[in-house]
Design a protein around this ligand. Sequence first.
Ligand SMILES: *Cc1c(COP(=O)(O)O)cnc(C)c1O
Length: 380
Amino acid sequence: MKFNTKTIHGGQHDVDPAYGSVMPPIYQTSTYSQSTPGGHKGFEYSRSGNPTRAALERSLASIENGNYGLAFGSGLAAIDAVIKLLEPGDEVISTNDLYGGSYRLFTKIFEGFGIKFHFIGMENAATIESYLTDKTKLIWVETPTNPMMSIIDIQAAANIAKKHNVLLAVDNTFATPFLQQPLDLGADIVMHSATKYLGGHSDVVMGALVVKDKALAEKLYFIQNASGAVCGPQDSFLVLRGIKTLHIRMQRHCENGKAIAEYLKAHAKIEKVYWPGFEEHPNHEIAKSQMRDFGGMISFVTKGNNYDEAIKIVERLKIFTLAESLGGVESLAGHPASMTHASIPKEEREKTGVVDSLIRLSVGIEDIDDLIADLKQAIG
Ligand SMILES: *Cc1c(COP(=O)(O)O)cnc(C)c1O
């Protein structure tokens, strides 16, 4: 089955044996009757398993070319489950330009439990090797990174992980399996904030993991059930519905993203545009080889790098909504220095490129003419 068919049919055969409904029923139930103790029809309690969630988990496995999918109550709950594979004393090597919530989870929760994290630039994947010790158990990669749109070579990271017998997990939230499929490139775990492109409609918070290996899936399933951060059947239904249009939404996100990246690059008031589709992007060649297209996430800085001017631009936008998050059908704009990265001291955030005038766009699937006209009136 090809990707555009998998989004619709992957793992969805015979989802309703009772009536043949095309979409799986929303099994809004916490428990299931048993004919005799232990005599159930595959489900006994909805933390452990729910048929609607199971239909979504099969879809997730299918679109990421994995064998096992696990859905969680949020992206961070999915990451939390991955780190719980580790023990005190273990070490993790992580991307430095990282989703803020992942950084907070690693440093404020798991460092307290004795797990050590190294946050490093991975634009040259060979750098990973110099941080490996016999305690390293996991490499955590996010690509493209947020908000600087750096690209990390997944296959090179996977080769290093394999050579040293450590796990490689890839946060595939920004790219989605439409653009890149990390398991095929050698990653062990793919993670998603399904809140973003997979759900695609900004109406649900959810996380996901997909793996190929059975033993690893069993460990993660044990954690999912034991820690209990599962998602409900209604949300499972919504994300399953979202995934069915992922491929056509992504096509338009990419088309609109390219047009806006080029518009901004040619704009007299713009200093720099961060988008992996540009030939001058430092890792454009890797992006080209591991991604099908370049996506709709774009960051830019204005000439003069003025904080107040950037705030005015995002306030003037009318079609782009000023909001956190990304990946929905509607276009969003954010100002990391005052929003997602406000808690990071100015000097620290500027080291990774998050300067005062940096604006991040999640380009939606509206008409491109309206989006460009909106940017034009806001930037001036
Ligand atoms: C949003 C996001 C997360 C966290 O997911 P939630 O669903 O908000 O918990 C993790 N990684 C990336 C790249 C994200 O954008």
